[in-house]
Every structure is written in structure tokens, then in C-alpha cells.
Ligand binder design. Structure first.
Ligand code: CA
Ligand code: CA
Ligand code: CA
Ligand code: CA
Length: 350
């Protein structure tokens, strides 16, 4: 019994420990210093170098003949030839290069999520340095593995560089597959968020909530069931990774019985509600949603703020102008009466 208890505690600690790496916050900027401290504290076992079998540089990149595609190896036996900042700089990790020539305009998902070290991945279009996308941390048991979606043009050559954080190297598992892009359109009757699309150095004075000075929120239209069509995405602000955060409020006193709030967006989405306190804003409850997957939360009675943003920061989060749909059901607003003509009313009593 005692063993079971301590085992359970160990499991909880393990979960908390890994979740600590990237517990989602309501911030609009990646906390690079805090993340870096967590990443630097990671210790990897001695690598198990495997023979360098090609792919050390773009000149001898391993061609990807067809997809879906999976390959594995160990980066430790390769040289450090390339690096990109996303957002951590100064990496000296060895890297391995693959190449892919799409036959149609497409989108690909490149995953290192099941790899065994702190990976980084980026893609060059046709020549080294012509960056089509970069990601350091997106997935995996500790959140430090990499995943990237890239849009490709038929006939171009895409060089996929498997790299690492700091000087980390190790065993990687590369999974590549064509991505069916998620598209969300505003349904009839949807209320437009109205915020301008974000862009480089965008300053959100529209509905950035506690991240804006002064704090600003978008009011949820007073309907029993409101549908809001929002725009979001990630961008760079003076080289740092930012994201558009959208904070919504409703009139105090309109939530007597609880709400059901749902969100469905084109990108990996962070969605939740929180107490109305900008002193130390923290989620009461949140969901991390994959593209085109709807998630719902039951909000208890009372006054709360509702939050929607991309899960990630910077351009890797998804281009500015992405769409999401937020629905809020249960506000104690007057129920709209359908206008009826006299003829319709008479028909009711025929
Ligand atoms: Ca490198
Ligand atoms: Ca990483
Ligand atoms: Ca927005
Ligand atoms: Ca916003």
C-alpha cells in the first residue's frame, strides 16, 4: 500500500516535472530565459554514435523518395554545419540533412516528436539559409522535441535539417507526411472579432487583455448562444517570438447558471478561462487543441475572462490571419424573438 502511494506520488511528480517545461501561460511572448534554464538543466545519456551514412550537408542530403516517410539515426556522429535561431541562438549541435522535392503544391508535417534528445528542425528552400520554417520545441514527453509544418511549391527542393538545442545530439526518429491543411470558415450569423491581423512588430491594443496597456478585452455579444469568428497567429517582435492573444469578457451578472464554451481553430490552439485578475493571470482551466479539432469547457457561474491564442509563439505558431471559431452558450441574455408575420401567426391556428 505504501509502495503504491509513493509510486503514485512519483508518477505525479514526473508528470508535473515534464509539464513544468511548458505549462501554458496567458503571456503573448515566449519566456526564453525560463525555458532555456529548463532546457539547459536537461541531461542526456551518453550518445550511441552510429556510422555517418550520408546526409552530413546539403550537398549529400538523404533524398526522401516518397511519403509518408520514416527514418531514424543518431546525429552525434555528424558535423555541425548549420544553425537557425528559433528562438534560441548559438547552437553548436551536429546536424543531418534530408531532401524532398514535392510534385505538387502541398503542405508537409515534419515530426521529431519521438526522438530521444532536445531536437531542433528547420527547412531550407532550394539553398542553405533560405528558411521555410523552423521549430525547436513543440512536442514529445518533455515538450522539447520538434515539429514543423511547411508549405511547399512543386519542383522546389526542400532541405530538412535535423539539429539540436545547445550542443545536444542523439537518436532521432523522423516522420514526414503530407498535411491536409485545416480551414475554418465563419458560419452564418458569426460575429467577427474585428481585430486587425497581426504582423511583424504588431502591438495588440485591441483585445490583448492583461498583455495590453491599458488592459483591453473584446465583449462577447449578448446572446444565449454567441458565435465569434476570430483571427490569430504568431509573429516576431524585434526578433522575439510573439503571438496574438485574444481576451473576451461578458457583462457581469450574465452568467448565473454556467456556460459551455467551445473553440475550433486552424492552428494548434490554447483555449481557456481565467479569473479576472491581471495581477497574476493563470488559467482556471484550459485545453490544447489540434487544428480543426473542437474542444469545450464548462465554465462555472460567475465572472471570468475567456482566452484564445495559438499554442506556440512566433511564425511557427501559424501565419497571422488564421481563423478560429469560439462559441459561448448560456449567457442570460434576452432570448431573441423571431419576427413573425400575421400570416404565419394565423397559420399556427388553422
Ligand atoms: Ca547545427
Ligand atoms: Ca528542442
Ligand atoms: Ca485576434
Ligand atoms: Ca488580440
Amino acid at each position: 500500500m505504501k509502495i503504491a502511494t509513493s509510486l503514485a506520488l512519483a508518477l505525479i511528480l514526473a508528470c508535473t516535472g515534464s509539464a513544468l517545461a511548458f505549462v501554458p501561460t496567458t503571456s503573448n511572448v515566449a519566456d526564453i530565459d525560463a525555458n532555456q534554464a529548463l532546457k539547459d538543466a536537461q541531461v542526456f545519456g551518453e550518445p550511441d554514435p552510429q556510422p555517418n551514412v550520408g546526409g552530413d550537408t546539403i550537398a549529400d542530403a538523404v533524398p526522401i523518395p516518397a511519403w509518408p516517410y520514416t527514418d531514424s539515426g543518431n546525429t552525434c556522429s555528424f558535423n555541425h554545419d548549420y544553425d537557425e535561431v528559433c528562438p534560441y541562438s548559438g547552437s553548436l549541435s551536429p546536424d543531418v540533412v534530408y531532401s524532398l522535392v514535392p510534385t505538387a503544391d502541398d503542405a508537409f508535417n515534419i515530426s521529431l516528436c519521438t526522438s530521444l534528445y532536445d531536437t531542433k528542425v528547420y527547412v531550407y528552400e532550394n539553398v542553405a539559409g533560405n528558411l521555410a520554417g523552423c521549430n525547436d520545441d513543440a512536442c514529445g514527453d518533455d515538450g522539447f522535441k520538434s515539429e514543423l509544418k511547411v508549405f511547399t511549391t512543386a519542383g522546389n527542393t526542400y532541405y530538412i535539417v535535423i539539429d539540436g538545442y545547445g550542443s545536444d545530439c542523439g537518436e532521432y526518429i523522423l516522420d514526414i507526411d503530407k498535411q491536409i491543411p485545416c480551414v475554418k470558415d465563419c458560419p452564418p450569423g458569426g460575429h467577427l472579432e474585428g481585430e486587425p491581423d497581426c504582423e511583424p512588430n504588431y502591438n495588440d491594443v485591441f483585445n490583448g487583455g492583461c498583455n495590453s496597456v491599458p488592459h483591453v478585452f473584446s465583449p462577447i455579444p449578448c446572446k444565449y448562444a454567441a458565435t465569434i469568428c476570430g483571427k490569430y497567429g504568431g509573429f516576431l517582435w524585434n526578433g522575439l517570438s510573439y503571438r496574438d492573444t485574444d481576451w473576451y469578457k461578458y457583462d457581469a451578472g450574465l452568467n448565473q447558471n454556467g456556460l459551455i464554451i467551445c473553440c475550433n481553430g486552424e492552428y494548434d490552439t490554447l483555449f481557456g478561462y481565467l479569473a479576472k485578475d491581471c495581477g497574476a493571470p493563470a488559467f482556471e482551466e484550459y485545453l490544447i487543441l489540434e487544428p480543426c479539432v473542437e474542444g469545450c469547457l464548462a465554465v462555472p457561474p460567475g465572472d471570468w475572462w475567456i482566452f484564445v491564442a495559438t499554442l506556440n509563439f512566433g511564425p511557427a505558431a501559424g501565419a497571422c490571419g488564421g481563423d478560429y471559431i469560439l462559441t459561448v452558450e448560456g449567457l442570460d441574455c434576452p432570448i431573441a424573438v423571431e419576427p413573425a408575420t400575421w400570416g404565419e401567426i394565423k397559420n399556427e391556428y388553422r
